[in-house]
Ligand binder design. Sequence first.
Ligand code: FES
Length: 90
Amino acid sequence: MAKVHIKNENKTVEIPDGSNLVDLEGKSNVIFACKVGSCGACIATIVSGAENLEPPNETEKIYLDNFAPGENKRLLCQTIIKKGEVTIEY
Ligand code: FES
């Protein structure tokens, strides 16, 4: 199981290795809307553990390049955690 530490909620959620972070829905207060990488509702800062995430797909890359260039942001609905731990803040 992978661990997602949600800094601003002061909680940790465990999800299976290889999961999409959309699995945080209902286990956290992260807001998901479109779930296809277009609305930006689920944007979050990766505080640590970015190496445990798959790189952004094309859809996410386009969004981040346009709306959060150079920042350590990810769209959680498009982000896959390989394994291990990641800390996010939204
Ligand atoms: S829920 Fe819309 S971009 Fe993630």
